[in-house]
Design a protein around this ligand. Structure first.
Ligand SMILES: [Zn+2]
Length: 150
């Protein structure tokens, strides 16, 4: 048997890190640490991304922990019986830049993030276009509420 064949049999296949549902390269270095509680999302956009990822994973605990108490729904956020499949996230940063310029001086403890999230229910594709508001308290960002431009 040639040496290279032996090498192929004994070497493990190259491992590729699992991509993050939010579109990041790797879950372990993207939203993973936030969902695990190992790190706090340092910006509203990163919190928004990690909350999208939490939705894709049905992580009710993280969604509640990052939702501001003043607007937190009393009932469950994730419905395990809803056959909803998240397909992807697109953050619209251009609007944020426009808003930054229009609203100067901006409070460093509030921010908005516009995004489009695509999902599928019962074979039908939908898109959620939302402008989310976030507030920061004691160094932690929280989701406050959202409006829907279309
Ligand atoms: Zn991510």
């Amino acid at each position: 048997m040639p040496a290279y064949a032996v090498a192929n049999l004994t070497m493990p296949p190259p491992t590729k890190p699992a991509a993050c549902p939010c579109g990041g390269a790797a879950f372990a270095t993207c939203c993973g640490p936030y969902l695990a509680g190992a790190a706090v999302a340092p910006s509203a956009e990163l919190l928004m991304r990690s909350r999208y990822t939490a939705y894709t994973l049905g992580d009710e605990t993280y969604l509640r922990a990052t939702w501001h108490p003043s607007t937190l729904p009393p009932g469950p956020i994730v419905d395990p019986d809803e056959r909803l499949q998240w397909l992807g996230l697109e953050v619209k940063s251009a609007l944020r830049l426009r808003q930054r310029k229009a609203n100067l001086p901006e409070s460093p403890d509030s921010d908005t993030v516009e995004f489009v999230a695509r999902y599928k229910i019962a074979g039908r594709a939908h898109r959620l276009h939302e402008v989310s508001r976030f507030v920061r308290e004691d160094g932690r960002w929280f989701y406050l509420d959202g409006s829907f431009p279309e």
